[in-house]
Structure formats: C-alpha cells, structure tokens
Ligand binder design. Structure first.
Ligand SMILES: Nc1ncnc2c1ncn2[C@@H]1O[C@H](COP(=O)(O)OP(=O)(O)OP(=O)(O)O)[C@@H](O)[C@H]1O
Length: 269
C-alpha cells in the first residue's frame, strides 16, 4: 500500500525525444517482479540511436533489473510485464526469438567473463555455433571486433593464447569484442569497469565513446564521474523507479528533482 502511494506521489522528470530523433529502444509500463515482489516499475524510458545512456542510483534501486530486462536476460528469474520496444517492435511477448533478441542487444557484465578458450575462440564462438566456418570470414571478424574494442594491438600476436591469461582490462575488452562479433545494435553494460584499474577504466571509456558511432549504449555505473564523463543522457533510479532522465549535463548541474540533486551531490539518505 505504501509503495502504491509512493508511486502516485513521486515527483519525476523523464526526458522526451523529438519525433525526428531516431529511437532504438524504449520501455512502456514495465514491471519486474521477483516472485510476488515488485522490484521495478515506473520506467517509461526511450533510448536514442548512437548515444550513451548511464543508469545511476543507489544499490538495490533496480538499475541491473531494468538493464537485464532490455534483452530478456531476466526471463529465467523474474516476471516481466509491459512493453520492451526494439526498433518499434515489442520484444516482450510470446513468439519472439529470445536468442535473436540477445544477438541484437548484446550484454557485457560486471566482471570480465571470458570463456576458458583462446582469444580467437572467444570471439568466434557464437559465429561457429551458427555454422560459420569460413576461416577468412572468422579471421576478419576477430580482427575487426578486437580493433573496435581497442585491444587488437595488444593481443594480435597471441590470439591463440587462453583468454584467461589476459589482464582484467584486456579481458573486458575481449568480452566487448565477443559481444560485437554477432553484430548487435545495442550494447548493454552492467558496471563494466568496476573490476578495472583507473588506466583500464579510462581506456574502456574511450572505447565506448568510439563505439557509440555504431551502437546504442546503455551502461549501469556506480561511478558518478564516469557517468558525467561518458554519457549523453543519464537516468537516476531510486526504489525501483526511474526518477529523473535528462541530458547528463543537466542531471549533474541542474537536476529537476530534489532526490536526484541529493544523490548526485552525495547528500542522499
Ligand atoms: N534474482 C533476484 N531475485 C530476487 N530479488 C532480486 C534479484 N535480483 C535483484 N533483486 C532485488 O531487486 C531489487 C533491485 O536490484 P538490482 O540488482 O536491480 O539493483 P541495482 O540498482 O542494480 O543494485 P546494485 O547497484 O547493488 O547492483 C533489489 O531489492 C534486489 O534485492
């Protein structure tokens, strides 16, 4: 009852794009339940093509739950109601090919999770499973994606070395290359720099800036400076709801909602 009340009275500001902005993804009336418990609601958000959007908010505010819903990664653990629109099509309905959804909407996790295989095999794994055997084609994908992920120069001479022997920063960029190998449109990243040192973090951010020319990027981060440096738009989540969505500059200089201001200025709680 208390939660219902809060839903109705919570002040929020959600940025609306113009009709001529090209929209890649959006959610409408999204509700995510773990068992009977409503973990996420009130997040009617729209993501513009070739932008980086940061999802920020305190621990447990629903950022990862929201992110994982976008490519149906929550299917096994949660009940997800509402619309998840990708290129205008609701992908949260029966009959949708979930594997195809995850191909187009790729995900990179918090901890680098390379397979216990060579760098080359990590990148080509999904392609080989889809029956692509042409060595020239596979070589090309390995080179292109490792270049896109800005790790080619460091690994080009050791492509057949185990990916488990890479540094955290290199492994995370190989995981990005692996996600890119199936040619997604959207890249979801759940705190991808949290296990990286400051130098690798800066390199990763540079990589993401380059990638946004070709991809739409949505990133969960706990690091406020990272959100401010990297993203074009920022969403502030609290208690499982999107409270404020605006241009990043505005969120960090002139937030419209008091709760956002308290959070970004460190006076939260
Ligand atoms: N698999 C799960 N089963 C049950 N409850 C879950 C599950 N995953 C998340 N939750 C709950 O849903 C709520 C939102 O969690 P979520 O992980 O989305 O928050 P978050 O903002 O990403 O947090 P963090 O910043 O700590 O990663 C929390 O109350 C959490 O305990």
């Amino acid at each position: 009852m208390q939660e219902m009340l809060n839903n109705q009275t919570q002040e929020r500001f959600i940025y609306q794009f113009d009709d001529n902005d090209e929209i890649t993804m959006a959610t409408e009336d999204l509700q995510v339940f773990y068992g009977d418990s409503l973990a996420m609601s009130n997040a009617d958000l729209t993501f513009k093509k070739n932008t980086i959007t940061a999802l920020i908010g305190p621990s447990g505010s629903g950022k990862s739950t929201y992110l994982r819903s976008l490519n149906r990664m929550n299917d096994e653990v949660a009940t997800v109601k509402g619309k998840i629109l990708y290129q205008g099509v609701d992908i949260n309905q029966p009959g949708i090919d979930v594997y195809e959804v995850r191909r187009r909407i790729g995900m990179v996790f918090q901890r680098p999770n390379p397979f216990a295989k060579s760098i080359y095999d990590n990148i080509t794994f999904a392609l080989k499973r889809r029956g692509i055997r042409d060595k020239k084609k596979l070589d090309e994908v390995v080179e292109t994606t490792l270049k896109e992920a800005a790790v080619w120069d460091q690994v080009k001479d050791v492509l057949h070395k185990s990916a488990l022997e890479l540094s955290g920063g290199q492994a995370q960029r190989v995981c990005i290359a692996r996600a890119l190998a199936v040619r997604p449109d959207v890249l979801l990243l759940d705190e991808p720099a949290s296990a990286l040192d400051p130098v690798s973090t800066v390199q990763l951010e540079q990589t993401l800036r380059e990638l946004k020319k070709d991809y739409t990027i949505i990133i969960v981060t706990h690091n406020m400076q990272q959100a401010a440096r990297l993203s074009d738009y920022t969403v502030f989540f609290n208690l499982g709801q999107a409270i404020e969505y605006n241009k990043t500059r505005k969120i960090f200089t002139r937030p419209k909602i008091k709760l956002t201001e308290d959070y970004v200025s460190g006076n939260f709680g």
